[in-house]
Design a protein around this ligand. Structure first.
Ligand SMILES: [Zn+2]
Length: 469
């Protein structure tokens, strides 16, 4: 069908009016242009109850609305891809991408880990007000993998924003830094109230999604952030921190990390107390980054479902940041969810091998591979073979293995966007989630199975860990 105003070809899909209003909110926010689109659909050439909206059609109508004098500022920041868009994934049809995009319009897509807050701090300094104001996230920011135009295109519905603090912060300075990062996420939520909404429960997340907001939760990455104080742990929970990763790249005094030399054989007695306290206060125990011994200890102690906010599978790529099968297979009994990550160094054997070379070169030069700042600077100056790239197929292999071992009810996604310099080809930034779902659909995944992976499983874990008192 041709657009009445500009003659450009648009495609038509039928929605009920109620559903269309939900979609309109989700795509455009509550904006003038949204009303224009709905108005054109309701009173224009297509008749009541018939709303013409898909990604391509939406762009055409918005452009037309601007041409007839409506606020252009509310339209998409950049033109959407044409209706015949092709994905960068070999052999993928645009039909699969369209089906994936449609599914994510109506089902929550949750991501377990995004490092936007640390990236903003890296660019603008530790002052949370200045970091939140440094870049306008309503327009595309090439220096970020995450901004609102990309999030809208990627259909993200729920995000655990990481309040990560590097292990180089110790004791009180780690507590100061984590509080600054918590404040930064709160600043972002206040600065962009029509895009983000801080939530704590599954019901609140679903309500935020229905209102076109990204349901936002906080996750503290690294148990060093509490400086061995259960008081700090409880305080972080009161500030909205919904999960804590027990370690980052280094051991804490009470838990072994997967990327450090074993010191405790898993959790110490205090480590077990931390897990019990997290269960008691409704804070999710995140087992990404920890050693398998810590995973097994935590699963023994935890009376609540656990999560892996951003981890993949050891059986697919033997990297210490990944999850062994014996741990994955415990998730059905525990009720938790493994959120598969896209980090190339964890998912691709070729990239892991390149990282090993980098590590050897850094060690020979007297530098510390686990210091991510040092690693980045060294890698930039390093005269080495070009770094291999990971692919969507690598992520698919981990997702499907996790599904096979943990089951369809215990998997999710945790991209780690803005936490690493490069992501797999085809998944470069947060606008690309539908590409992964399209790839899974082309491999026979049903909408129901994709919805579980996308967010339904994570919502269940939220629901199962909410305090009832
Ligand atoms: Zn991490």
């Amino acid at each position: 069908m041709a657009c009445e105003l500009c003659g450009q070809e648009v495609r038509v899909r039928l929605y009920s009016v109620t559903h269309a209003i939900r979609l309109r909110r989700r795509w455009l926010g509550v904006s003038g242009a949204g009303l224009v689109v709905l108005g054109l659909a309701l009173f224009g050439p297509f008749g009541p109850g018939l709303v013409l909206l898909d990604t391509a059609g939406l762009a055409v109508l918005s452009a037309c609305a601007a041409a007839v004098g409506f606020a252009q500022a509310h339209g998409p920041a950049t033109p959407q891809p044409p209706a015949t868009r092709t994905s960068r994934v070999e052999g993928m049809t645009s039909g699969a991408l369209e089906r994936a995009t449609n599914l994510l319009d109506t089902t929550i897509l949750a991501d377990g880990h995004n490092d936007l807050a640390w990236e903003l701090r890296s660019q603008a300094g530790p002052n949370p007000v200045e970091a939140a104001a440094a870049l306008d996230l309503t327009v595309r920011q090439p220096s970020l993998q995450t901004d609102f135009p990309k999030l809208a295109q990627g259909k993200l519905g729920l995000q655990f924003w990481s309040v990560y603090v590097p292990c180089q912060f110790e004791g009180d300075s780690a507590v100061t830094a984590v509080l600054e990062q918590v404040e930064l996420v709160h600043q972002l939520a206040e600065r962009y109230p029509d895009r983000l909404r801080l939530v704590d429960t599954a019901a609140q997340a679903e309500a935020a999604f229905a209102d076109g907001r990204i349901a936002s939760l906080l996750g503290a990455e690294g148990g060093h952030s509490i400086a061995e104080s259960l008081g700090v742990l409880r305080s972080l929970r009161r500030l909205g921190v919904r999960y804590m990763t027990l370690t980052h790249n280094l051991n804490t005094t009470w838990a072994d990390s997967g990327t450090d030399e074993p010191a405790h054989g898993g959790l110490t007695e205090f480590g077990r107390e931390v897990v019990r306290e997290m269960n008691r206060i409704g804070m999710l125990v995140d087992l990404s980054h920890v050693a398998p011994s810590t995973m097994r200890d935590a699963l023994k102690v935890s009376s609540a479902p656990v999560i892996f906010s951003h981890s993949s599978c050891i059986a697919v790529n033997n990297h210490p940041r990944n999850i062994p099968d014996d741990v994955l297979s415990q998730l059905p009994a525990n009720g938790g969810v493994a959120m598969v990550t896209f980090v190339p160094g964890f998912i691709s054997a070729a990239v892991t091998a390149w990282d090993e070379q980098l590590k050897a070169a850094m060690t020979a030069a007297g530098q510390n591979f686990l210091d991510l700042g040092q690693r980045g600077r060294f890698a930039e100056a390093w005269d080495a073979p070009p770094k291999p790239t990971a692919t969507v197929a690598d992520v698919v292999a981990h997702v499907e293995h996790a599904r096979e071992v943990a089951g369809i009810d215990h998997i999710g996604l945790g991209g780690d966007y803005d936490g690493v310099g490069t992501l797999p080809d085809g998944l470069e930034d947060v606008s690309k989630y539908p590409v992964l779902f399209a790839a899974l659909m082309e491999r026979g995944w049903s909408d129901e199975e994709c919805a579980k992976l996308a967010g339904r499983n994570t919502l269940r874990v939220l629901r199962d860990t909410e305090l009832t008192h």
